[in-house]
Design a protein around this ligand. Structure first.
Ligand code: CP
Length: 316
């Protein structure tokens, strides 16, 4: 969605898939976050397993690399007793020229119930829902959206800040190529937060939903309740967008000193993977301000909640 497009009105029934936040209401998303709290309790038990998804089979279909998202979805599904089919493009017949559609139809012939898909092209997840007629969870499609990352970021912020109402969240780095920035710019304002996105002009889009855009790092961080650093998405970047890496670091790296421009104790988030000493001072990731590992831990609970809502259903 662009800033000029009207959002799709949310319906009483949540959408069948989580492709982005279009069609979802604040209440429906808050309901997922509430369920994630219950899933956290499951994960704190000695036996981290419930029968909620017994009989379901979930496919994780990754046409792009991933550590956190794929593994946490697979664990999330197994923690709820689903069977998991794990597909990686690099070891598949995609290398022989099989298309996205034929690959997905082939998997579907094996009798699957839901698909977690990561792909380098926007639109494939929407098409997959049409091709398969089953719940699709977008695990990152090109620059466009990474909704479960934004949900786990929101969950982690809520855990730390108590509420997002009136909070300022600064997102700093390569905004232009970031699906994480787009999904957070969509979700966090729905939950009451103000998002300020900051980076060099060549790495900022013309607009980013309701987010304020700035090239001024001090302005972005000033009075921020939380700061999120993003890596340079070199795999999606045309050459020549930065004068040099040292100049980028000198202008936009989150350092301990610069974090001092934010509110005292404002937490630092990063979706990972991190490039230490590029987008953030490496030691900051291990400091008490960092929520990076908490984000990863919460990812599992949030993804359990998403799978539960889409497969078992829970009306808000
Ligand atoms: N944050 C995130 O999507 O990480 P992965 O690429 O490791 O899944």
């Amino acid at each position: 969605m662009t800033a000029t497009q009207e959002p799709t009105p949310a319906t009483a029934q949540p959408p069948r898939s989580l492709l982005d936040f279009q069609g979802w209401s604040r209440g429906q998303l808050e309901s997922i976050l509430e369920t994630a709290k219950m899933m956290q309790e499951v994960l704190a038990r000695p036996v981290k397993k419930v029968p909620a998804l017994t009989g379901f089979t979930v496919a994780t279909v990754f046409f792009e690399a991933s550590t956190r998202t794929r593994l946490s979805f697979e664990l999330a599904a197994r923690r709820m007793s689903a069977d998991v089919l794990s597909f990686a493009a690099s070891t598949s017949s995609v290398s022989k020229g099989e298309t996205y559609k034929d690959t997905l139809l082939t998997l579907d012939a094996m009798g699957l119930d839901a698909y977690v898909i990561r792909v380098d092209a926007a639109g494939v997840c929407h098409q997959a829902e049409k091709w398969l007629g089953k719940p699709i969870i977008n695990a990152g499609d090109g620059w466009r959206a990474h909704p479960t990352q934004a949900l786990l970021d929101a969950f982690t912020l809520l855990e730390k800040l108590g509420t997002l109402e009136g909070k300022k969240v600064a997102i700093v780095g390569d905004i232009q190529h970031s699906r994480v920035a787009r999904s957070n710019a969509e979700l966090l304002p729905m939950l009451g937060a103000k998002v300020v996105a900051c980076g060099p002009a060549t790495l900022l889009p013309g607009s980013l939903l309701a987010a304020e855009l700035t090239t001024d790092l001090r302005q972005a961080l000033s009075e921020a309740d939380a700061v999120m650093a993003l890596r340079l998405q070199n795999e999606r970047m045309d050459k020549g967008l930065l004068p040099s890496l040292p100049e980028y670091i000198s202008g936009y790296q989150i350092t301990e000193g610069r974090l001092g421009w934010a509110k005292p104790d404002a937490p630092l988030l990063h979706p990972g993977p991190m490039n230490r000493d590029v987008e953030l001072e490496g030691s900051l990731a291990d400091s008490p301000r960092s929520l990076v590992e908490r984000q990863v831990a919460n990812g599992q609970a949030v993804r359990m909640a998403v799978l539960y809502h889409l497969l078992v259903g829970k009306k808000s």
